[in-house]
Design a protein around this ligand. Structure first.
Ligand SMILES: Nc1ncnc2c1ncn2[C@@H]1O[C@H](COP(=O)(O)OP(=O)(O)O)[C@@H](O)[C@H]1O
Ligand SMILES: [Mg+2]
Length: 338
């Protein structure tokens, strides 16, 4: 058995929330954000941590970093109780919250790193070596003198990831690190995480809405719903439990009746010359594309991955919403094929 680096034993987190319930009256209500949660993560593992909005993912990460104290249960990281010895643990962990930055907003990026160099008392040689490496791998060279507030979201996120790794943490928590990133930044961040995990055996817990992040990085995925662990295993298994669909979006030269696609692929939506086809996530898109291209005048196409919410919904309830609807207002349902 590999050493358990992260250990949760029946951990709970209950929030007291007060709500106005009429004039001068307030109601107290309890929100059980994390409910009897138990799992372990071995040193060097890279685990996906997914679930619907409000499932308790961020609350878990906050307890792991010591920002929040569990209401009950036992939680240890490297044998340390995070909320009791937060500073001691801070030297051994890195954390990235996609929704907010740990960088100093008004300072050039490099100044944030210099501050961290001192805060974490990173030995000079080590700091320079890590900085050089992170700057190169994350493509930050030209950004170092730019104030953080002027960076794009993707640039800032890469800056944040570098900041989280400057002090060689043994464990890295990433809470939605690719949210809102463009494709190139996403790929770059993923390549980078894979490398860090392989080279340094950094333990990684990755929370994300993007199934591709998990597919490309994590051999193990944990699904949480209403604060409880509902799945722990390989991603492939998750697909099996909730057989999900991908969507092929094709732009034709002109408006046409729904494409006659080879089953089980089928057209689920038509808007002008654009058509949406659902097909099983386990099948390759290439064959489907080839067959459509042979018969129809294709201008452009893209493949949309099932989103995590849909896969999980299917796993939990055996239902999947209709594939991601297009944002267009005048979207029309599929006309009856004649
Ligand atoms: N500080 C807080 N006070 C009250 N309720 C909270 C607080 N933080 C989170 N919650 C609630 O706890 C639940 C889990 O939230 P969160 O951990 O942020 O979920 P996730 O990250 O999976 O979307 C939600 O119902 C959320 O509204
Ligand atoms: Mg969250």
């Amino acid at each position: 058995m590999a050493e358990a680096f992260i250990e949760l034993d029946r951990v709970e987190k209950v929030f007291e929330v007060r709500r106005r319930a009429g004039f001068l009256r307030r109601e107290r209500r309890q929100v059980r954000a994390v409910d009897s949660l138990s799992f372990t993560v071995a040193r060097g593992e890279m685990v996906g941590y997914i679930g619907p909005n409000g499932a308790g993912k961020s609350t878990t990460v906050k307890m792991l970093t010591g920002i929040l104290t569990p209401s009950a249960g036992r939680l240890r990281v490297a044998g340390i109780d995070p909320s009791r010895e937060r500073t001691r643990l801070a030297h051994r962990m890195g954390v990235v919250f996609g929704q907010r930055t740990t960088l100093w907003w008004d300072l050039p990026l490099i100044d944030s790193y210099r501050l961290m160099h001192r805060m974490y008392r990173i030995p000079d040689a080590r700091y320079r070596e890590n900085l050089d490496r992170l700057v190169e791998l994350l493509g930050l060279g030209e950004l170092l003198d730019v104030p953080v507030r002027q960076l794009s979201l993707g640039q800032r996120m890469r800056g944040d990831i570098a900041a989280a790794l400057l002090h060689d943490p043994e464990v890295l928590y990433l809470d939605e690190p690719t949210i809102g990133l463009d494709v190139i930044s996403r790929t770059r961040v993923r390549d980078f995480l894979r490398q860090v995990n392989a080279e340094r055996a950094t333990t990684v817990l990755l929370t994300t809405h993007d199934l591709q992040d998990i597919e490309q990085l994590c051999s193990r995925v944990m699904v949480i719903d209403h604060g409880r662990l509902v799945y722990d295993g390989a991603l492939a298994g998750l697909h099996e439990v909730g057989e999900s669909e991908r969507t092929l979006v094709v732009d034709l030269e002109r408006e046409l009746p729904p494409i006659e696609a080879p089953a089980p692929a089928r057209v689920v939506r038509v808007v002008g010359p654009r058509q949406w086809l659902a097909f099983p996530a386990s099948e390759s898109a290439a064959g489907l594309v080839a067959r459509i291209a042979a018969r129809y005048p294709l201008v452009d196409l893209s493949v949309r991955e099932p989103d995590i919410e849909a896969v999980i919904a299917k796993m939990l309830h055996g239902t999947e919403g209709t594939p991601e609807p297009p944002p267009d207002r005048d979207a029309s349902p599929v006309p009856e094929s004649s």
